[in-house]
Design a protein around this ligand. Sequence first.
Ligand SMILES: NC(=O)c1ccc[n+]([C@@H]2O[C@H](COP(=O)([O-])OP(=O)(O)OC[C@H]3O[C@@H](n4cnc5c(N)ncnc54)[C@H](OP(=O)(O)O)[C@@H]3O)[C@@H](O)[C@H]2O)c1
Length: 210
Amino acid sequence: MSRTRVHNFSISLDGFATGEPQSAEAPFGHAGQRLHTWMMATRFWDPSGSDGVDHAFAQRHSDGIGAEIMGAHKFGPPGWQDDPDWTGWWGENPPFHTPVFVLTHRPRSSIELDGGTTFHFLDASPDHALAVAREAAGDLDVRIGGGPSMLRDFLAADLIDHLHLVVVPIVLGRGVRLWDGLEGIESGFEVESVSSPSGVTHLTFTRVRS
Ligand SMILES: NC(=O)c1ccc[n+]([C@@H]2O[C@H](COP(=O)([O-])OP(=O)(O)OC[C@H]3O[C@@H](n4cnc5c(N)ncnc54)[C@H](OP(=O)(O)O)[C@@H]3O)[C@@H](O)[C@H]2O)c1
């Protein structure tokens, strides 16, 4: 059975996965790039980057993944549904290289881009979206790409098998939180943590299946 995995999902010390307000100029609002500075410093992101603990975690992002599901606000800034030319933040060759299912209440026709990425748009429950993505992924795993609102829904529905979180030592104070409404969620997982010399802490939550 293919698994559902989350990778490189970064939150501040106070639990925010993005700042505010989101716009075309500021995809993460007032957080800027601060949640992902750790990742951009690795060889996973930049060929001249570091090759240590952070790289070891970061590069797991793509291994064995056959499809991604993401939320509408990861795909674009507010109002992208009104722009017929919007194809995501990532240009002609997005870094997914698989089918990507974008959850939105205003679906549109699929967009095929270079490098094997095709964006499909779905208005569907997490369960149904996962069934569709699993079908597309074949024997491979499905990555749940975030943002925090849709990831929270997938966690609440008990649909996540493996969650790699990165706690970044910044206090954002505002934005969109991951944990709201998920009290006690850790009890269903084996939790491990590794501190990196860069200052971030990598946490893995691996589902315990009875
Ligand atoms: N920290 C990280 O590692 C990380 C990772 C990924 C993304 N992000 C950031 O997180 C932010 C986006 O997160 P977010 O929490 O604001 O939003 P999000 O989770 O990306 O998207 C939520 C939106 O997706 C649509 N949606 C969700 N579930 C749906 C369903 N079942 N059916 C139909 N539509 C559904 C709805 O949009 P509509 O009603 O408008 O269609 C909903 O408002 C961005 O700034 C992004 O850059 C951070």
